[in-house]
Design a protein around this ligand. Structure first.
Ligand code: AMP
Ligand code: ZN
Length: 498
């Protein structure tokens, strides 16, 4: 069975053929660590976690690189996101990066995502970025103005037909036609479509490095070009990210790679779609937002109760990664039921035994067909909602076998064993779900520990900000659940009422 995936670059489903047999190089744009990770980010990283898990399941040796952006990602007003975080919180930029990277990792553990193989940081790869800027200048696609270096987009377009705009679908003529008057007053760029690859730091800018052009910092798009090339080579298999990054981030990445080493970076581009809430874009300014922790604790007007992280993960799997995902309380309630039904069926299945006289009958064939179909759905661009639907068709069979509605002697021993194995592989290895019940043993404890870390970190932050109301609310809400929080010199600890 072939794996087919939708390539954003060609806008077609293509058969996946790795560049090096048996191996996959995959780069995914990671978070900018200047504030708490939000649920939209989590959706994207959970989607790529399932893709990573499925590639591993197929037997590929995968090198999964997911970066951490800790410099260069500017706000609309030109301030570096990290510097802004540092200024607001009176911390070193590196402290801000570390704090939110820790929070991000806690959250990724809470969602049971696997660690990437390499997690490079932009600030750890300044030399590689400077080298790439130099190559771009040497190849004639970069020009310096007052210590900053810009990518000459127009020249690139002229000399490399059909590359710029292909990924994002931007019409190049429109980009070119954009008037030079759109340049801001003191803009050093030759054309509005040009973008900075090295920026001279203003005197108040904290994050700065020496370079041949000025003391400054790299442009945001550059880090992904430099780090993907360093760890995966000039051409690698898969590049991923949210579809909000297609333009300008990914389009510019392609231009930089071609402009520096003559190669487009990735063979396949995969883009996840956005997370919505109640049909609208999640937005802090409109109050239409919920944090992962609020979703887990239920401390938000948008949900009627708290939902376990595995329920939220299951909810994410119910929608294809290329469709928008609409978070609503009703959908979460339905997801909770679905998740419990699946885990329950898994337990029932483990206890089922094949009768001595069992022989393959009609039901045996049905089950084998469903197993094949579940894999076909995953091979069709990682279609998790359809694969889940196949699992639920199996659940009906499992429950029928348990209560005697279906003839157990029609399912052969090997087929029952295969069904058990398939369930185990899909639920835990591929979908990355965990059994959240008390009987979950170590898994259950890990989850609880991870979740408590997340909650107590937030409370610690509230205390640091002298926000005693939030801190007390968290403590009292936990108390109601039978969890006692104690504040000590080493930070807070917690115990569960016996
Ligand atoms: P950022 O930290 O903003 O650089 O984003 C990290 C990753 O999360 C990127 O791949 C984004 O495309 C993705 N992302 C941001 N917002 C959303 C959203 N609302 N839904 C899904 N993915 C998102
Ligand atoms: Zn990136």
């Amino acid at each position: 069975m072939n794996l087919n995936l939708y390539n954003s670059l060609t806008r077609e489903k293509e058969t996946f053929e790795p560049i090096n047999e048996g191996r996959v190089g995959m780069y995914v744009c990671g978070p900018t660590v200047y504030s708490d990770v939000h649920l939209g980010n989590c959706r994207t990283f959970v989607s790529f976690d399932v893709i990573y898990r499925y590639l591993l399941h197929l037997g590929y040796k995968v090198r999964y690189v997911r970066n951490i952006t800790d410099v260069g990602h500017l706000l609309d007003d030109g301030e570096d996101r990290m510097s802004k975080g540092a200024r607001l919180e009176q911390l070193e930029p590196m402290e801000v990066a570390q704090k939110y990277a820790n929070g991000f990792h806690d959250m990724m553990r809470t969602f049971n995502t696997l660690n990437p193989s390499i997690e490079p940081r932009a600030t750890g790869h300044i030399l590689e970025q400077i080298e790439m800027v130099q190559q771009i200048i040497d190849n004639g696609y970069g020009y310096e103005r007052n210590g900053s270096v810009y990518f000459d987009t127009l020249k690139f377009i002229e000399e490399n037909e059909d590359i710029y705009g292909k990924l994002s679908g931007r019409v190049v003529d429109d980009l070119i036609a954009e008037s030079r008057e759109n340049l801001k007053k003191q803009d050093e760029k030759k054309h509005p479509a040009d973008f900075a690859i090295w920026m001279k730091a203003s005197p108040e800018h904290i994050m700065r490095w020496n370079s041949p052009w000025s003391e400054g910092f790299p442009g945001w798009h550059l880090e992904c070009s430099a780090m993907s090339t360093k760890y995966l080579g000039k051409t690698f298999d898969i590049h991923g990210g949210g579809n909000d990054l297609k333009f300008p981030h990914h389009e510019n990445e392609v231009a930089q790679n071609v402009g520096s080493c003559g190669h487009a970076p990735a063979k396949y581009w995969l883009h996840t779609n956005m997370l919505l809430m109640n049909g609208k874009k999640m937005s802090k300014s409109d109050g239409n937002t919920i944090s992962p922790v609020e979703l887990f604790t239920g401390d938000s007007p948008h949900v009627s109760k708290g939902y376990h992280p595995m329920v939220v993960r299951f909810f994410m799997l119910q929608t294809h990664y290329r469709s928008t995902l609409d978070l609503t309380d009703e959908a979460l309630q339905a997801a909770e039921k679905g998740y419990r039904r699946l885990i329950e069926a898994y337990r029932t299945l483990q206890a089922l035994e094949s009768p001595a006289n069992a022989a393959a009958g009609e039901l045996d064939k049905e089950i084998n067909d469903l197993i094949d179909l579940a894999y076909s759905e995953m091979n069709d661009d990682f279609n998790t909602p359809k694969a889940l639907a196949r699992l639920f068709e199996m659940v009906t069979r499992i429950n029928g076998l348990k209560d005697g509605h279906l003839p157990a002697d029609q399912v052969s021993g090997p087929t029952l064993a295969l069904l058990k194995d398939t369930f185990q592989k899909f639920i835990f290895d591929i979908f990355g779900l965990k059994d959240d019940s008390a009987e979950g043993g170590e898994n259950g404890k890990d989850m609880m520990g991870g979740l408590m870390n997340v909650i107590l970190n937030i409370r610690q932050e509230a205390r640091a900000n002298k926000d005693w109301a939030t801190s007390d609310l968290i403590r009292d809400s936990l108390k109601e659940l039978g969890i006692q929080v104690k504040d000590g010199k080493e930070g807070a600890s917690w115990t569960v009422d016996a």
